[in-house]
Unconditional design. Sequence first.
Lengths: 715, 315
Amino acid sequence: VTLTAPVTEPGPGPSRTGARARPARSGRLQSLAASPSLRRLGILVAAGLVLAVMTGPAGTNAAPISGFTGSLKFPRLLWFLGLALVMFAIASIWHAFGEAATSRASRLRSSIVKLTAQRKVRLALDLAILAFGFIWVSWISPHDTWKGGVCIEVGCAFAAMELVVYLFESRSFRLARLGGYALVAVYGVLAWMHNPVSKYLNRIGAVPHERTLGTLLLWIALALAVLEGLLFLLAVVRGIVVPRSRRGLVTLAGVVLCTYGWLMWTRWHDWRAASRQSVAHWFASIHLLPHNHSAGLAVLAVGAIVLLSAVLWVGADLARASRRSRPETGRYEFTGITKQAKFAYGRTAITIAALLVALQWPLHMNAGVQSILTTQVAIYVLLAMGLNVVVGFAGLLDLGYVAFWAIGAYTAAYFTGALPIQPPFLLNPFWIIPFAIAAAMFAGVLLGTPTLRLRGDYLAIVTLGFGEIIEIVANNLAGVTGGPAGTPGVIPQFSFHLFSVKYDWTGTVLPYYYLILGVAVIFMVAFSFLEHSRVGRSWTAIREDEVAADSVGINALKYKVMAFSIGASTSGFAGVFLASQIQSLFPVDFVVQTSILILVFVIFGGMGSIAGAVIGAFFIQWLPQYLQLHSFRDYQLQDEFIYLGAMLVLLMIFRPQGIIPARRRRREILLTEEGVGHPESPGGPVRVTSFGETLPSDYGKLSLDEPGYVGPETE
Amino acid sequence: MQCPSFLANNNLWVSLIVGGIANGFLYALIALGYTLVYGVLRLINFAHSEVFMAGGFGGLFAMRAILGTSSPAGFWAIWFMIVGIVAGAAAGGATAFVLERVAYRPLRKRNAPRLTYLISAIGASFFLFNLGGKEFGRITAFIPTPAVVQGNSFTLCGVGVESVWILTMVTALVLLIVLDTVVNRTKLGKGIRAVAQDAETASLMGVHIDRTIALTFVLGGLMGGAAGCLFGVQFGVIYTMGFVPGLKAFTAAVLGGIGNIRGAMIGGLMLGLVENIPLRWMSAEWQDVVAFGVLVALLLFRPTGLLGERLGREA
């Protein structure tokens, strides 16, 4: 059995290593980004900073959830820096081997290439750094037994390094890597046998979060070793090679699972105790950052660090994306970073960073802000994502969107028995979610099927009327809805009891926040898949030119109803959250103004852009609340619509594609301004313009070279 | 006055029908704004309800300035009302003019997509009525009216017909006739019809398109503003007053065939009756639901309206 597994990426794929594929025409910045050592140094410094922040000072305010009492001491910071250095050195050595082993020749002949003199020098340098780091660590770290301490530290270093290698390295030398894993595993077992981790950590007087961290890293290393071994076995025995891109995902999933598995394991008792309240509460209790008010700075720091890492990561990927292989010569040609690559990588990185901030943020806020974040921001984010499907993807202007929200909310109120009419059976809001989704979707189909045959502006009016009708009904049908005085009964909060799992979210806010966040992420992924599926393409076609779409066999009505009901069901879903969070419904919550507000989110962010909808909703909902919280001048919440209205007009004049435009949407707008498209389509041009005076201001902005341009030739 | 036999001793019917006709004239006035703009731009002017609101406030301030707390009686006092209506119309016209300049013309110059106009108009609408709320207060204000406009003027089949209804009907009739004349007999009207038919050709024939469109907005704004004042006399003036009448007037415009000027007048009257008559059997809160139900049904079954779309589009 040869240990050289089959080539993971067939064909002349782009190499990430700097020396060989260093582009001839590379700019300075790009070569910097492509330089693996610098990249890694940046990442490691960032990691060290994260660690430093994680051990930041505990605030004086009582933490909302118990758990963290750490302090940042000078030696500890040095300890971590030393650790980072070690990690850096090992990663560099690793890299040198990997580079040597995975050059093109080696991939073709499955043999190891000798190290060049240059690489030898670098290797020596790396070794020196490693030694220095080891000395540093053993000098600084307050352990008493050499064996156990080094075991742990090497294990930690390996684990961290492996993470880095996995995340940032494209091809490493398999054999060496496997050896490394074996080493880690042996060290880990040794450490465990000689000096159980906890005992050792206790002896060195590690504070709890350091223990957490150290043990965590060890566990991750072990898990990775096992994983890599399995993948390797699979490759050798069955000839199945998991592609590198997938492997990254598998590994990431493995790491996450291990982390949470480990946390659950070690905190089993906490978990049992916490689960009586909620899972989310427990999740909140295991977060690794300090939570107090002064920790806003820490949040910012973490956000900045994550962004920095993201930028570095993105830079590396961009450098890779900017090279194109030339099969005929076997060389790489530097092509320059494409716009698409920038967009794709930038978005991924920022999404991850935003998610991390969203996870941590509410923990550092007081209860009032948490409540605002949940009921005033998170729910609206969900709504905006739903409306984005209707307005952004399908191009249907729905001005009665809130009606579906109301339907979802009142469905929840009905089944909890909070309305004057009693349901056949009582349910907790948690179990009503499917009912509410079904009800809203049904309403969407019922309203959509007849009205979606109409042209865009008629649809806007009909939906506006529908929204108004729902509000009037909620106000006047007091025998059913309780009228303007609100629902007579109190809608309970989420709770259920199933076997040993008990939820009871009475009086809490954060669990809702995390649940909505999770749901929002799922929707985000689902909608983005949907956008790029057959359905999404049909929506685009309908939006751009419905007549043409019809003529190529797209059932426009079907897809429009689909978009409408997907939006409606998202809204109904959000309605349950609203009902169970504010516990009593008033028709005034569902005025038509709110529909417009949600429309503003979508348009502000950029129609058809999921990230835009989320950011639009967050920004526009949070900013007024923030201004009010800090009593900015004499800002009044009810004045919001003045500014929002003005903003809509200004946006339409100066930036109709929104702040974070969907590329296709932007192109459509430009095309329309050139007169392309069907006049009856929502995205189509309006017939009357001014002739003979001025040309459209963006005339000529659209180049015919743009891929996919199908419009008429404009000489 | 001789009472038709089927209405004798049936006070409710009479009041519903007369009230419906009076409301219908209001709707007709507002609907004209929608129809005119639709005719030239093929767009629904979402902000027209705020033109209506501006008319209400214009009337309110003019009347307050003139009358203060006094309440002159006698028939000549009707002149005060006319001043108020003119002020309302002026305010409406000015608002519509600004609206066209700010929210429509830049987009027109850029040849923007249809959806963009709708959103821009919605934004303008929200800006205007919330600004009204902030500047003029968020409570209902009542227009001081001469005594002659308050109370019943005469009795019809046992029902008091309010004099404000008469005022509304007369004003609306006059304005409708004036507008019809303007559109059909004057050079401006010919320009409007030409732009509605074929803007490109019209511009070749020497019609100044920008000016024509602006004047179309202003014409609609004058009607809407006057209606706003008349509405304000009856129901008071508040910053949100435009929304529901605006939606109903749009229904009326569709009912008569949007783009069709005489259709809008007839549509307004019909809607006034259609939404009032069911009140025989249901309470007043449901009036709006009836109107919107009519709108939905209409769009489903006959989106071209009863008289068909016109003002330029053939057939």
